[in-house]
Ligand binder design. Structure first.
Ligand SMILES: [Cu+2]
Length: 266
């Protein structure tokens, strides 16, 4: 009996953050529990440069069971490769430490953290974020289905395998976008083959942007708009809208306070 109570408490403790996220959505729902089980969780990754790459990005992943609605914006990466739009293969890496590597990961000292050298930090490829077709690790270096160009908007709904879902929930999933401008590499590194695809130069497959996937704090915004999980209008653009909305709400609150103060002073 005691054991059962403890287990229940533990389950409740674990469910609490989810319930908190779902609260604004389920305020008018008869059953919070059912809404919770059918709802989605929003994860975000801020993509920061690795290997002195320029650029930045933001990825949002709305997970509902094994279905992931992914929206991503990437800006400022290497734009062309052999006179064509630069293919940037990208993945959800899983089962590493759930982090992005630091320069100490450059074990061969060539000035570049190769995909393999970064492995202990972010893990192996769990899902390939291709623009079409195969999303398995097997498609990991398929430059034909990689998003391309220096800046791109990526939007795709895919079914994740069990390993990727488990890793996301465990906080061990990391988004990695690959493909460096070769001219930013040392002369030594420019001459090296890729550790993944030896027929390509090292720059082509080395990580350029990296960001751990974490439960979105934005989902905590009153109204919970980001956490709805559905609809064609959901996406990265919504984040700006909701942030603006929150700002407006705060401003409105301030105006109310101000008005009240003025009223009192009269
Ligand atoms: Cu990768």
């Amino acid at each position: 009996m005691t054991h059962m109570k403890r287990t229940t408490a533990k389950v409740l403790a674990m469910a609490a953050p989810v319930a908190l996220l779902a609260l604004p959505l389920t305020a008018f729902s008869a059953s919070a529990a059912s809404a919770q089980s059918s709802g989605s969780t929003t994860y975000m990754a801020t993509l920061n440069p690795l290997n002195h790459a320029s650029g930045s990005g933001m990825l949002m992943l709305q997970l509902n069971g094994s279905q992931a609605v992914i929206t991503e914006d990437v800006n400022g990466l290497a734009a062309t490769f052999m006179n064509a739009p630069y293919p940037h293969v990208q993945h959800i890496h899983i089962n590493g430490m759930g982090t992005c590597p630091t320069t100490s990961a450059d074990t061969n000292g060539d000035g570049v953290i190769s995909t393999t050298e970064g492995g202990p930090a972010y893990g192996a490829i769990g899902t390939t974020l291709s623009v079409s077709g195969d999303t398995s690790p097997a498609a990991g270096t398929d430059v034909k289905t990689a998003p391309s160009g220096g800046s791109f908007h990526y939007s795709r709904t895919i079914t994740l395998d069990a390993a990727t879902v488990a890793s996301i929930k465990a906080g061990k999933a990391v988004i990695v976008v690959h493909g460096l401008d070769p001219t930013t590499l040392s002369a030594k590194a420019q001459a090296e083959p890729s550790d993944l695809v030896p027929s390509l130069p090292l720059a082509a497959t080395s990580p350029a942007l990296c960001g751990p996937l974490a439960v979105s704090q934005m989902a905590m915004v009153p109204g919970g708009g980001v956490n709805t999980g559905g609809g064609g209008t959901s996406g990265v653009h919504d984040i700006g809208l909701y942030a603006a909305g929150a700002g407006l709400a705060a401003a409105a609150g301030g105006a109310l306070v101000l008005r009240r103060r003025i009223t009192v002073e009269k």
